[in-house]
Design a protein around this ligand. Structure first.
Ligand code: ATP
Ligand code: MG
Length: 400
């Protein structure tokens, strides 16, 4: 555990704060993941200094949530969230602390954190400040609340979803007292906004031990507060591989249960337009696959390249076998005669010219779609004269 190379630039940020008379530590997920031996994502820094002071110390500092004490500091092309030590009080509405108070002592800041594995601070020398024995919990692969679990879940019921999320990501078990509180208080999840729940749920599905996560959602009763999923046997009908992103999750269930509507799914989880777009594409591609029982040119043409891995994972998840279709999809894409309908040599204007006596109507787009389909599938060459000839022979539908 001596190799903190990934932390070096962050240590330089800390050093700068120290030189200005303050103190700072790496905290939260970065320390946890580092000590667990898994790749570190974002590095968060906690500091004794106020956001105003941090902005004075660093030229490149962007205040993002001054009232919460967070400033983003850019250093060597990486962004760090630098947050002032704080305590939170209130939580009257199960949602937000009524008051955030800045403090000067890191141990007070660690006390407000959810789980002991997330309540470890690392100094610039690699020393740990670990008042709740989080390192020990990591060694024992244990998720336990800081302080009284019931109190902590009542303060912020989202923490219950986070417990399951960490179980799924780290393959850790939930400590007994924490699990008991979770089982007892899972109904409090009803007070949490669906947007916050959606973030954690998506992470549960993509965790390496998603099967454990899905099982825990069921046994704890948290599942009963998840729209749509509450009516499904998510702990029994487990995908064969992790699902990354809501579009994959929705496609996985909608394809198995025709009574479900993707539209409804997205609405009740208040998912983004982007998710909606991806879900529709993925579902269309998969239905194409089911019709042809094969990966076809048309399927690959319709599916954005960025969704190839999604298609692959969805396929694995539904077929209970691990396959990687990315390469096959890529090769198929490279062989496509066109990548976009703008590449067709024969366009709508050519069609109109050919049948100038016909009134404009939906036949134009219908015919263009047919031409596009024929060219993509290789039934017809993307050659102006050949397409023209073919169209002449067949006549547009409006004439028939
Ligand atoms: P990830 O790797 O997904 O970012 P993380 O542990 O860093 O995981 P964040 O949501 O980024 O999770 O939060 C950073 C830290 O802030 C956590 O490690 C934890 O110490 C604290 N924290 C976050 N959310 C809560 C919460 N709801 N209650 C208490 N502490 C929290
Ligand atoms: Mg984080």
């Amino acid at each position: 555990m001596s190799n903190h190379e990934v932390f070096e630039p962050a240590f330089e940020v800390i050093q700068k704060i120290e030189e200005a008379g303050g103190e700072a530590y790496i905290v939260g997920g970065a320390v946890r993941d580092y000590l667990s031996g898994i790749p570190v994502n974002d590095i968060d820094i906690a500091t004794s200094e106020t956001p105003e002071r941090i902005q004075e110390i660093f030229e490149k500092a962007i205040p993002v949530g001054i009232e919460h004490g967070t400033v983003i500091v850019r250093h060597r092309s990486v962004s760090y969230e630098v947050t002032t030590y704080r305590v939170e009080e209130g939580y009257e509405d199960y949602r937000h602390p009524d008051e955030v108070t800045f403090v000067r002592d890191i141990t007070l800041d660690l006390a407000r954190r959810d789980f002991t594995i997330n309540a470890i601070a690392m100094s610039r020398n690699g020393n740990l400040i670990d008042p709740y024995h989080g390192h020990d919990a990591i060694r024992k692969e244990r998720i336990e609340a800081v302080g009284q679990p019931a109190e902590r879940f009542q303060e912020d019921p989202l923490r219950m979803m986070r417990a399951v999320r960490f179980a799924s990501q780290l393959s850790f078990h939930i400590e007994k007292k924490t699990e008991e509180a979770l089982n007892r208080l899972s109904h409090l999840l009803q007070y949490i906004s669906i947007e916050r729940i959606a973030v954690e749920t998506e992470k549960i599905f993509r965790g390496s031990d998603y099967a454990l996560g899905l099982h825990l959602l069921h046994t704890t009763g948290l599942k009963n507060h998840l729209p749509i999923l509450k009516d499904l046997d998510i702990h029994r009908n487990v995908p064969n591989s992790p699902l990354v992103g809501w579009h994959e999750i929705i496609a996985f269930y909608v394809l198995q249960f025709p009574q479900l509507s993707a539209e409804n799914f997205m609405k009740s989880w208040k998912l983004s337009k982007d998710t909606k777009k991806k879900t529709i594409q993925l579902l269309y591609a998969y239905k194409q696959y089911e019709i042809e029982k094969n990966v076809t040119a048309w399927l690959v043409y319709q599916l954005d390249e960025e969704l190839f891995p999604s298609f692959s994972r969805l396929f694995s998840a539904l077929h209970q076998e691990d396959v990687n279709l990315d390469k096959a999809l890529m090769e198929m894409k490279e062989r496509l005669p066109i990548l976009d309908k703008r590449e067709l040599t024969f366009q709508a204007k050519d069609l109109l010219q050919l049948f100038s006596d016909l009134p404009k109507g939906s036949w134009i787009s219908e015919w263009m779609d047919t031409i596009e389909h024929h060219v993509v599938t290789g039934e017809m060459e993307n050659d102006y004269e050949k397409i023209k000839e073919w169209v002449r022979e067949w006549n547009p539908p409006a004439r028939n």
